[in-house]
Design a protein around this ligand. Sequence first.
Ligand SMILES: [Zn+2]
Length: 110
Amino acid sequence: MALIDELKDRGGNQCELCASKGELKMYEVPPISTGGVDGTLLACDTCVSQIENPETTEPNHWRCLNDSMWSEYRAVKVVAWRMLNRLKKEGWPQDLLDMMYLEDEELRRK
Ligand SMILES: [Zn+2]
């Protein structure tokens, strides 16, 4: 099965971050991506463009992390963790970070 189909299967054909069913694409999470399903997530255009362009980040869009930070998938958790860190001056992301536990130190690398 193609990677994109595996991801669609895993994520229920919606953005793994905000659950949007819009235009979905693969986002390879640096540096953990090995080109496989574990290092990649399926995300909508809005999420991917904000991940890649920090100056366009809209804090309220990322309230979705309240749910997606509990994903069982490593790629999703890593991106959630990074975005919460980017936004923590908003206040609420810090509360979520406090609840989040990443056991793998590697994930904390930028
Ligand atoms: Zn999204």
